[in-house]
Design a protein around this ligand. Sequence first.
Ligand code: IDP
Ligand code: MG
Length: 143
Amino acid sequence: MQRTLVFAKPDAVRRGLVGEIVSRLERKGLKIVALKMLQMDRAMAERHYDIHRDKPFFSSLVDFITSGPIVAAVVEGREAVDTVRGLMGATDPLKSSPGTIRGDFGTEVQENLVHGSDSEESARQEIAHFFPELADQGPGGPP
Ligand code: IDP
Ligand code: MG
């Protein structure tokens, strides 16, 4: 079992796609361990996207991701990191297969609806960042 951090981005919240996204995670068989709506401030967004700091799209990405509330979740399941990445589809929705969240609902690279941690290590850091109350828990919950 593994945990990962997922969030519906501000475009997904504005478009009323939160239920669709959460439903797809649940129907796949992932367990929702934690769920909340929040609005990232610039400091939180810059930390979350720190690896993209030198990219040309960084400031635009921070503007977008702080433009409205997001709905963040911790989900748990077998190979949860890769399972969520598979459900999300490729970064560019036009290159994502139909049947994925981005492939079914997106056209824009930046406004691509959903975030999912890209490795077990980033999942651990991102869960601690968004849900500090869960930070010391492994999969399966409190020891
Ligand atoms: P990922 O979300 O699929 O892991 P990353 O390459 O880590 O994709 O990029 C993080 C986020 O930055 C993307 O989800 C998207 O919102 C945005 N992004 C990535 N590449 C571009 C780009 O070329 N132009 C604008 N935004 C981008
Ligand atoms: Mg990424």
